[in-house]
Design a protein around this ligand. Structure first.
Ligand SMILES: Cc1ncc(COP(=O)(O)O)c(C=O)c1O
Length: 468
């Protein structure tokens, strides 16, 4: 092969787009947007394009960068580790790995009164896979429940317990596909009930599975379920930041405990104070058997994921050396950043910060809904996990088309933020792809929240002029 030109060449944005079209796989989510969007730089709440235009980011990498882009304290921890021990095969120990495990185990003991251990991996879905192994190993069973609208990642195992058939359709047979149970999505109750007088009908429907062996879930003579665990997100992330009523999880947990079915709590998106508490499930006063985490633990720097499990499930006798492994699973840069992030979470009162800012943001969102009832059908929030559901003029029929138009318009970067040109980064979730799932940076100020609302208002007026 002749080497007269370099393999890597500097290209402008148009050339890069052409190269991307030709040489990059389209199998990820980049082409959800056409044309895909480039960014050049990030800082705090903002992404910047090549022209230097700031885009206020209300999704912060799907809640992975909760503590702000280029957070100084976490960058310093990363740089310190780069100079000290940046690489180490994870068959050896380094202090940060042990210190994080101990910190999370102690924290969970203080919260739930349970002993447990921590196991690390890299991405969220990989940690979900590890949790599936743990469940199978501890129970000898392979079947699990999961929620309709739930999302646990895109590996084969995680796709099998994620409700969307879209993620499985082209990949053959998924034999251990979860049994999917309706989530308490009260704005669109799957049973057509109203929260005021439903009496938690959805929990009763679930409990009915175990009423007789003929419902297929329960051996009434052995008093044993065929199902080992229930995978839950306390607040559905990709499903549209759907927040269940406070009584839901305690009622569900009672049904599970009576049948010795484990509760696996996926905190990958909502953990680390996104929903006002360290774990989102703490809002619902139940103790899970396994917690899976990832994303914000390293603020999106050098990924680290993992799980915490009750001692009975993960003791060395039960889950011996070599049960599972990944080369980068407890990589020292990830653990160093994570440890600093945990210190930060201990020192700063993020529970109070996210609750206070979340309440302020939600009040502004509700006021926006009040001004635009023919565009916004539902709003809700817990901590800094907030939702805006875009609907048709009747306030209920989902409007996915308008939702994606607003996203694309926000990314043009030509909104007016108090005489400054700005863009808005939004993420879309929800069962009907019509929900803005807002996960702003924890450092967002009240002034920036006001600006975010002004930008949203401009987008609504631009994209739905006939409904304002
Ligand atoms: C609740 C939840 N579980 C699992 C995952 C998968 O994590 P990852 O994309 O890091 O594999 C995600 C990602 O969005 C998630 O939100």
């Amino acid at each position: 092969m002749s080497r007269t030109t370099s393999l890597v060449q500097i290209a402008d944005e148009q050339q890069l787009l052409e190269l991307e079209r030709k040489y990059c796989s389209w199998g990820d989510t980049v082409h959800y947007l056409d044309p895909p969007k480039f960014f050049e730089r990030c800082e705090g709440n903002y992404l910047y394009d090549r022209e230097g235009t700031p885009y206020l980011d209300l999704q912060m990498w799907y809640s992975a960068a909760s503590f702000g882009y280029r957070n100084k304290r976490l960058r310093d921890a990363l740089e310190h580790q780069l100079d000290k021990l940046p690489q180490l095969a994870c068959q050896y120990l380094h202090p940060e790995r042990v210190e994080i495990a101990a910190a999370i185990a102690r924290l969970n003991h203080s919260k739930f009164g349970l002993d447990g251990r921590v196991h690390f991996n890299v991405g969220g879905a990989a940690a979900v896979e590890d949790s599936l192994k743990l469940v199978r190993n501890a129970t000898g069973k392979t079947l699990v429940f999961a929620f309709m609208g739930g999302y646990h990642g895109r590996t084969l195992g995680a796709s099998a317990i994620t409700s969307s058939y879209r993620y499985r359709r082209r990949f053959g047979h998924f034999s251990d596909r979860a049994h999917f149970v309706p989530f308490p999505y009260c704005f669109r109750c799957p049973y057509g009930k109203k929260r005021e007088d439903c009496g938690l009908y959805c929990v009763k429907q679930f409990e009915n599975y175990f009423e007789t062996e003929y419902n297929s879930f329960w051996d009434a003579k052995a008093r044993e379920s065929e199902y080992a665990a229930f995978y839950v997100e306390a607040i559905q992330g990709t499903g549209g930041y759907v927040i269940p009523p406070p009584e839901y999880f305690p009622a569900l947990k009672r049904v599970l405990e009576e049948r010795k079915i484990l509760m696996v709590d996926d905190e990958i998106q909502m953990g680390f104070y996104r929903a006002g508490k360290f774990w989102a499930i703490e809002n619902f006063d139940v103790a899970p058997d396994i917690i899976v985490f990832g994303k914000a633990l390293t603020n999106g720097l050098n990924p680290l994921s993992g799980l915490w499990a009750r001692e009975e499930l993960i003791s060395p006798a039960k889950f011996p050396p070599g049960s599972t492994h990944s080369t980068f699973s407890s990589n020292p840069i990830g653990t160093a950043v994570a440890l600093e992030a945990l210190r930060m979470m201990e020192e700063e009162d993020y529970g109070r910060i996210t609750s206070r800012k979340g309440a302020y943001f939600l009040a502004q969102i509700k006021a926006l809904q009040h001004r635009y009832p023919r565009v916004i059908g539902d709003t809700d929030g817990l901590g800094l996990a907030l939702r805006i559901e875009i609907c048709q003029a009747d306030g209920h029929e989902p409007d996915a088309e308008l939702t994606s138009r607003i996203v694309a318009e926000g990314l043009k970067g030509d909104l007016d933020a108090r005489d400054r040109k700005m863009g808005l980064v939004l993420d879309v979730g929800g069962y009907f792809k019509n929900v803005f799932t807002l996960s702003p940076c924890f450092d967002i100020t009240e002034e920036e929240i006001d600006i975010a609302i002004e930008l949203l208002e401009q987008l609504i007026r631009r994209c739905a002029p006939d409904r304002v």
